[in-house]
Write a protein that binds this ligand. Structure first.
Ligand code: FEO
Length: 401
């Protein structure tokens, strides 16, 4: 086994023993252009607990870090906060190697782990919401967070050291040598957290709001948030909770995301002129040409917007493929409280605008304008695009606080 990987001490009894994935750039369709980490933690008390594991291909790295803290076979318990494979992939081999006394997961976690590893017969036990586990001098308390973001998801709370093991929640896809968020540039942390929220948690925003209420009522006084991706938070926890509160509310802003692609430049011209109009009308245009912008960056921008303006040429009686891809993705993310408009050029049939309008309606976006032009926009048509942008900007300016 490789011996080069070091653990990082988080508190007196908690160690980070996860893995850093510097290589990954695509995370099931989400562009992770700064890589990610798979965080796992050891809690060392009279009993020794491993909280979560890592993606299967990083098993050796995690075991190398663990072995610098304890002899792995001395681990008494494993807790699986989340059964998605980036946190459970190593579980079968690790469980078999260290042979812990007990393995715990939520009720749905037990079901999911058995279904993920049907041939492994992992002896996983159900733990109840709010149940505690005495480690001798330390305690773990389990808090179900169903559908944040999977049915099995749960938090584990270590009250004696005020550490919240939050699995995917409060995570960010960011590979760094530094293990604490306060060691990383704040703008990078904020941007990657917003992107993570938009792409992973946005559809469950109502549950995030409810969870934040529960956390407030429990009065946990959190000192450390030990998430499953990216650096650990040991400062400014109130800020973090406040960002989540804001994102969960999905309040509209003056910003308009303009997604578009183009064949011969006409739809691009329309997008540019609509952007001019939006700015003149008091909005904040954010054009995103889909020839070079990834769907997950569109999602991040949309999290903090009030308008979704979509442009596509008609290709074979349909929407341009890059635009259809992003619309399909955004539909699943369910951003609420948006106004929208559709536009595009066409040669002889022009169905794309109608298709996009139907998709926005399915997404419950309030349509406030549409514009399609044949071949190339002339001066009058450009003026119409500008006017469309102006009216969108005017409407979005009402979201200014
Ligand atoms: Fe990081 Fe839902 O897995």
């Amino acid at each position: 086994m490789t011996d080069c990987y070091q653990p990082v001490k988080i508190t007196n009894s908690v160690y980070w023993v996860g893995a850093i994935d510097w290589d990954i750039r695509d995370f099931h369709g989400y562009s992770v252009n700064r890589g990610t980490t798979y965080n796992a933690y050891l809690v060392v008390s009279d009993k020794i607990v491993l909280i979560d594991t890592v993606k299967e291909s990083f098993t050796e790295e995690m075991m190398s870090r663990i072995s610098k803290v304890v002899e792995p076979r001395k681990i008494d318990y494993i807790v699986s906060n989340h059964s998605e494979m980036d946190h459970s992939g190593a579980l079968p081999v690790v469980a078999s190697h260290i042979n812990p006394d007990r393995i715990f997961a939520s009720k749905m976690g037990v079901k999911a782990l058995k279904q993920h590893f049907p041939d492994q017969d992992i002896p996983v036990e159900e733990i109840q919401n709010n149940q505690t586990l005495d480690l001798g001098g330390k305690t773990l308390r389990f808090i179900e967070t169903r559908m944040l973001h999977w049915p099995d998801s749960m938090f584990t709370w270590l009250p004696e050291e005020k550490v919240l093991f939050s699995q995917d929640a409060f995570g960010l896809h960011l590979a760094t040598a530094e293990r604490f968020a306060d060691q990383v540039r704040p703008t990078v942390v904020y941007r990657e957290m917003a992107k993570y929220y938009a792409n992973i948690l946005m559809p469950y925003s109502h549950l995030v709001s409810r969870l934040l209420d529960s956390v407030r009522k429990m009065d946990l006084k959190i000192d450390i948030i030990a998430n499953d991706h990216g650096p650990v938070f040991r400062r400014d926890i109130a800020n973090l909770l406040s960002w989540y509160q804001t994102w969960a509310e999905q309040a509209p802003t003056p910003r308009a995301v303009i997604i578009y692609d183009t064949m011969w430049g006409s739809t691009k011209t329309m997008a540019n002129i609509i952007a001019e109009g939006i700015y003149a009308g008091g909005g904040e245009p954010a054009p995103m040409p889909l020839s070079g912008v990834h769907r997950s960056d569109v999602a991040r921008e949309l999290l903090q917007s009030g308008g979704l303006i979509v442009g596509s040429p008609t290709l074979n009686n349909n929407i341009f493929p890059t635009v259809a891809d992003v619309m399909c993705y955004l539909k699943g993310l369910q951003r609420k409280n948006l106004v929208g408009a559709v536009f595009g050029s066409y040669g002889w049939s022009g169905e794309a605008v109608g298709h996009m309008k139907s998709m926005l309606e399915e997404m419950k976006v309030e349509i406030i304008g549409e514009q399609k032009i044949q071949y190339v926009p002339g001066a009058d048509e450009q003026r119409t695009c500008y006017d469309l942008g102006f009216s969108i900007g005017n409407r979005l300016s009402q979201n200014r606080r």
